[in-house]
Design a protein around this ligand. Structure first.
Ligand SMILES: [Zn+2]
Length: 256
């Protein structure tokens, strides 16, 4: 398994990061992709990647929740670090209108500038989208046919959204603990979408799957998401693990 989206570099893991990594390895997690948010988190990501080489991989990007009046300065800084830190993706970037719509224009500008980086550097995207699918389609459709690839992290849209997204480039959907929640509409949508374009992730420390919902999430729990997917698709868990791991290796690590 590959945890394609984690914030294990955060202070929530400062006391026991070694043990969390050990549990991930024991459970069969082969690699963890560290999703960046801003300038401060990048320093922590670099530390974790140095501590766990060939296991934790860095990404560089400005999270939509970190876009404010200073975003141009932040983008310039992050762009300058992209090659040097050997980022495996531009992320997490995107659009979030759930908490705050104040910076909608700045969010869209930051998102599209970072899509340009991904084209320039031939890197996949990790896209965060919350309450902003109309805006997402508007931005991504501008880049159709330009070789875009990436993950819609914590996908929360419909089968119709997914089908549209697949026309913009080589896109996958990041699935996490939210599919184990009773009220989730995702299992029904995923049945329509199919398993072929999925990758699994934790978004740890957030979005912890059942049976640990409410507690801190960690990479080892990605197995509960895989198990739930095998129930949704009424198939063997090994088949789900093979599809999602191959997709992640191919997209981020160029291993297939
Ligand atoms: Zn995240």
């Amino acid at each position: 398994m590959i945890d394609t989206h984690s914030h294990i570099y955060g202070e929530e893991f400062d006391a026991d990061r070694d043990q969390v990594i050990a549990r991930a390895k024991q459970t069969g997690v082969e690699s963890i992709i560290l999703a960046n948010c801003d300038r401060e988190s990048l320093a922590r990501i670099i530390d974790s990647c140095e501590k766990y080489p060939d296991y934790c991989y860095p990404t560089v990007g400005l999270h939509p929740g970190s876009v404010d009046n200073n975003y141009k300065e932040e983008l310039a800084y992050l762009k300058s670090r992209l090659s040097e830190v050997k980022a495996v993706a531009v992320g997490e970037i995107g659009l979030d209108l759930y908490w705050d719509k104040t910076y909608i224009n700045e969010q869209i500008d930051a998102f599209e500038q970072q899509i340009e980086w991904s084209i320039e550097h031939n890197l996949p995207l990790i896209i965060h989208v919350r309450d902003a699918f109309a805006e997402l389609h508007a931005s991504l459709s501008k880049y159709k046919g330009r070789g875009l690839r990436g993950v819609i992290h914590s996908f929360s849209g419909t089968a119709e959204d997914a089908e549209k997204i697949f026309t913009y480039g080589n896109f996958f959907l990041g699935i996490n603990g939210t599919i184990t929640y009773k009220k989730s509409h995702l299992p029904a949508e995923l049945k329509l979408i199919g398993a072929d374009r999925l990758v699994i992730e934790t978004d740890s420390p957030y979005l912890t799957p059942v049976p640990f919902r409410g507690k801190r999430n960690e990479s080892a729990y990605v197995k509960y998401t895989a198990k739930k997917l095998s129930e949704i698709f009424e198939t063997d868990i090994d088949k789900i693990l093979k599809i999602t791991t191959d997709n992640a290796k191919n997209l981020f690590l160029g291993m297939i």
